[in-house]
Design a protein around this ligand. Structure first.
Ligand SMILES: [Zn+2]
Ligand SMILES: [Zn+2]
Length: 265
């Protein structure tokens, strides 16, 4: 047997001994984390309640309190409507290129905070749970059942380099695994580095996004029914611009699927 003297530990070290040392080290790390959590228990950053053993970062209560958009809602833009309303006041005068849109919930806490953590604080694991909830909406929606492929709204390459990931792509991955619909990542690019839309009105947003997207592999989307996945829909200009590019390149139909619908009152 090949026996080496390991002077750091003061005893002869075989491969088995090394494995034991590694295993012991890992167990010490777990114990250290457990001890740390005992003294400084992890809290949910949204409601500030202590997390239970099986909860990760955001607690179950916060997930249960997502302000879901339920019927009646506008088929065109996903905004909730009153039972007495026959026309949606949020998209009444807008002629979107996408056929219809579904949104999981309203852009307000706790959902808006989850999106903030996902988008700006690298809490990418939130996309798994939120993407599954979004996928369930798609599966239950009769108008989207015959869609062929899922395309996440692409980020410009510079923004992708800075952020390190595209949150819409992470969501789309979960949606694809729930719905068993094909994920298409290379057909459309964002060729224009647009400035932040947050402070812009509808017209400025539209100008900002004009020709922002380009279909670079049209054969992948030709005659297909496409679901575009995004995190937030405010005025709908981003989704509309990408839908326009896809339809011009030969797509048969485009639907929107977003995590949250921001309503301006
Ligand atoms: Zn919470
Ligand atoms: Zn509407």
């Amino acid at each position: 047997m090949n026996i080496k003297k390991d002077y750091r530990w003061g005893f002869s070290s075989t491969i088995e001994n090394q494995w034991m040392i590694n295993s012991l080290y890992q167990q010490l790390q777990i114990a250290k984390l457990g001890f740390h959590n005992l003294i400084f228990p992890p809290f949910c950053p949204i409601c500030e309640n202590e997390l239970k053993f099986n909860e990760r970062f955001v607690c179950e209560d916060c997930f249960n309190q997502i302000p879901m958009i339920e019927s009646p809602f506008c088929r065109k833009c996903g905004a909730p409507m009153k039972k007495s309303e026959t026309k949606c006041k949020h998209c009444n005068e807008l002629n979107f290129h996408f056929s219809h849109l579904r949104a999981l919930g309203l852009f307000m806490p706790p959902l808006s905070k989850m999106i903030h953590f996902l988008k700006y604080d690298r809490k990418t694991h939130l996309s798994e749970r939120l993407g599954i909830l979004l996928g369930n909406i798609l599966v239950a929606d009769p108008d989207s059942n015959d869609a062929d492929i899922i395309i996440p709204v692409p980020l410009h390459k510079v923004k992708l380099r800075i952020r390190g990931y595209n949150q819409s792509l992470l969501l789309a991955r979960s949606v694809s695994s729930v719905s068993h619909k094909e994920l298409c990542l290379d057909a459309v690019i964002r060729k224009k580095a647009t400035r932040s839309q947050t402070m812009l009105d509808y017209e400025s947003r539209r100008k900002n996004l004009e020709n922002a997207f380009e279909v670079i592999v049209p054969e992948k989307i030709k005659n297909r029914k496409i679901i575009i996945v995004d995190d937030v829909l405010t005025t709908g200009t981003t989704l509309d611009e990408i839908a326009k590019s896809l339809l011009e390149a030969g797509a048969k139909d485009v639907f929107g699927l977003v995590l949250s619908r921001a309503i301006r009152v």
